[in-house]
Design a binder for this molecule. Structure first.
Ligand code: DQA
Length: 146
């Protein structure tokens, strides 16, 4: 069974209360529960990690590199400037799918650039919590060559 690491970066622990206009009303716990249901349907194992600390995200990605076959990541604001997170994802050479709840390409100028996008297999933006499900499905299809 493939193991997929689902990573959420800074401030995503506040989903449900944070800027609902952009991020909706579901909590991260609720989103993760939907991801777990889909994972059961697809027969994959999922591991969840959220942190507000760049180094902890990188340490977890390193620690998981020999255990997981794919990564779904919403890096939060680190998307726009974290070359160290980008390099970590490139270094572990595991297929990565980038997710953003909001459409970063139609928001403020500074959000319109992702340093993660070039190292991702594909990105899902602006689809709300359903974006994580689309990312997981696409990643599993990629891993299984289906
Ligand atoms: C986000 C978009 C980022 O610009 C922002 O900093 C976030 C959330 C999203 O899911 O839309 O924290 O990644």
């Amino acid at each position: 069974m493939e193991r997929i690491l689902v990573v959420n970066g800074p401030n995503l622990n506040l989903l449900g209360e944070r800027d609902r206009g952009h991020y909706g009303s579901m909590t991260l716990e609720e989103i993760n529960s939907d991801i777990s249901s889909l994972a059961r349907e697809l027969s994959v194992e999922v591991a969840f990690f959220q942190s507000n600390h760049e180094g902890d995200l990188i340490d977890t990605i390193h620690a998981e590199r020999k255990r997981c076959q794919g990564i779904v990541i919403n890096p939060g604001a680190l998307t726009h400037y974290s070359y160290s997170l980008r390099d970590a994802l490139e270094a572990v050479a595991i297929p990565v799918v980038e997710v953003h709840l909001s459409d970063i390409y139609s928001r403020e100028e500074w959000r319109r650039h992702s340093v993660i996008e070039p190292v991702a297999l594909f990105s899902v933006v602006g689809k709300g919590p359903a974006g994580y499900l689309e990312a997981l499905r696409g990643l599993v299809e990629h891993l299984r060559g289906t």
